[in-house]
Each structure stands twice: as C-alpha cells, then as structure tokens.
Design a protein around this ligand. Structure first.
Ligand SMILES: *[C@@H]1O[C@H](CO)[C@@H](O)[C@H](O)[C@H]1NC(C)=O
Ligand SMILES: *[C@@H]1O[C@H](CO)[C@@H](O)[C@H](O)[C@H]1NC(C)=O
Ligand SMILES: *[C@@H]1O[C@H](CO)[C@@H](O)[C@H](O)[C@H]1NC(C)=O
Ligand SMILES: *[C@@H]1O[C@H](CO)[C@@H](O)[C@H](O)[C@H]1NC(C)=O
Length: 236
C-alpha cells in the first residue's frame, strides 16, 4: 500500500515535470523528451491522431516544399518587373486620364475643397436676402463680422456631437483656397453685411459669410460664421 503511494507520487512528479509526448533515445542511451517536435501530440489520449501523425508530418513537409516553390516563382517575377518609378512614368505617359490632366501626379492637389454656396436650395432667393450693391447703405463695412449680427455666444461645448469642435483651435495658417471659391460667391462682403443686418437668422447668409472669410484668409472669423450657419439651418 505504502509503496503504491510512493509510486503514485513519483509518477505524478514525473508527469508533472514533463508533459512531452515525444521521447527519443540519445546516442549515449539517454531517454529524453523532444519538445520542439513534429510528433508532439496535442491530444495524447487520441489514438486515431496518434496513428495519423506520420501522415500529417508528410503533409506539413509537402506544404513547406510547395511554399518554397512559390516563393521562388514570386522572386523570379519580382526581378523581372520594372522598377516602380519606371512603371509609374509609363502609366502617366500612356494612360488617357493622366495625360488629359496635363499635370504631374505630384502637382495635382488631392485635397481640393469642394464648396457649395447652397443657392440652389429650395426657398433660397439671393436677390431677396441681400440688397443690390447700389442699395447697400453707405456706412456698411466691407466684410460681415458675424458676431455683430447675432448675440448668440458659442462655446465649443455647444457642439458636443462634433468632436473636432471640442479641440482647442488656433487658426493662424492660411489655407490656400482655390480661385473657384472667390468666383462662386456672387455677392460682395458689403452686400453680405447689409443682408445680415436685415436678416440675422439666415443660415444661408452666414454660410456665404463663412466662405467670404475663407477667401479673405481669416479662418477664425469664418468659423464664427459657420457656427451661426449651423445653428440657424433648419433641420429637416
Ligand atoms: C437679430 O436682430 C434683432 C434686431 O436687429 C435683434 O433684436 C435680435 O436680438 C437679433 N437676434 C440675435 C440672435 O442676435
Ligand atoms: C455673450 O458673451 C458676452 C461676453 O463674452 C457677454 O457679455 C454676454 O452676456 C453673452 N451673451 C449671452 C446671450 O450669453
Ligand atoms: C496661435 O499660434 C501662434 C503660433 O503658432 C501663436 O503665436 C498664437 O499666440 C496662438 N494663438 C492662440 C490664441 O493660442
Ligand atoms: C431670413 O432668411 C431665411 C433664409 O435663409 C428665411 O427663411 C427667413 O424667412 C428670413 N427671415 C426674414 C425675417 O426675412
């Protein structure tokens, strides 16, 4: 009984030390576990997988050989390929779209802004919203300072749903707006100022004013106007 227990303890220690299922006899007769082995059994209790292990090893080896073969093919194709810059030049010279643009890829402005003055919207009549240039009162400023027309104070916290607004802003950098924007705005800054004096809840005028300030390069003022436009625009 006692010796059985000792045997069980020894057995347990022995099993606890080595969970290996692959054992080899070394040249000098030592029996030791082979940990990094293709014959390592994940399920040592599974007789079928034990019987199949030789087949699986063959499969692994054939897969490995296949991968080596493919690798060689890819490498030979890679060396046959022209260098990237040569290829790019050729595409730029032969592709119709690239030739029509008439610019090199590095010269194309990929971040061009798309502006819309929204005058096509239903219910917007620019002629009603702003007076004619000749009817603009004498003392009207040349640019619409949006904060003068609406006493609404905006803090970043008013727009919790727009994450970028909650970040600290410092617009000192002039964003180079395209000439298109200037020609898009059909009314002058004076007309906008006069229009906002008449109607200080027009989202359309605030939006135009925001575009106006972007052309002027004053982004801080543009943002003021854009916020008011967002505030007054009807939500459909
Ligand atoms: C809009 O203008 C009217 C009259 O000029 C003024 O009473 C009103 O407070 C202004 N609205 C806002 C939101 O500032
Ligand atoms: C807006 O802010 C100014 C000072 O920043 C303050 O005097 C004025 O009372 C505020 N107006 C409103 C409507 O909160
Ligand atoms: C904005 O940044 C410029 C330089 O980066 C700095 O001179 C100016 O004081 C900053 N303005 C504000 C309001 O933080
Ligand atoms: C102000 O302009 C908006 C359009 O932007 C218009 O819906 C509204 O009726 C105008 N208000 C007045 C008093 O003319």
């Amino acid at each position: 009984m006692r010796s059985w227990r000792i045997f069980a303890v020894l057995f347990k220690i022995f099993l606890g030390i080595s969970a290996s299922t692959h054992w080899v006899v070394t040249e000098n007769g030592r029996i030791q576990s082979q940990l990094d082995s293709a014959f390592y059994l994940r399920q040592p209790f599974d007789l079928i997988s034990l019987l199949e292990q030789e087949k699986r090893l063959e499969r692994i080896e054939s897969l490995y050989a296949e991968m080596l073969k493919r690798n060689a093919v890819i490498e030979s194709q890679w060396t046959g390929l022209e260098s990237f810059s040569v290829l790019k030049d050729r595409v730029l010279k032969s592709d119709l779209d690239c030739r029509n643009i008439g610019l090199r890829l590095s010269e194309v402005d990929l971040y061009v802004n798309i502006f819309d003055d929204a005058s096509e919207r239903e219910g917007i009549n620019v002629d009603e919203l702003v007076p004619k240039e000749s009817d603009v009162p004498e003392e009207t400023p040349n640019s619409p300072d949006c904060s003068q027309f609406s006493s609404l104070n905006f803090s970043m916290h008013m727009f919790p749903h727009i994450q970028v607004l909650s970040q600290p802003w410092n617009f000192t950098k002039f964003i180079d707006v395209s000439v298109d924007l200037n020609s898009l705005i059909s009314v002058t800054g004076r007309q906008l100022a006069a229009g906002l004096r008449q109607n200080n809840t027009s989202w359309f005028l605030y939006n135009l004013a925001a575009l106006h300030w972007q052309v002027e390069g004053d982004l801080q003022k543009a943002v003021q106007c854009a916020k008011l436009a967002m505030h007054y625009v009807p939500v459909h």
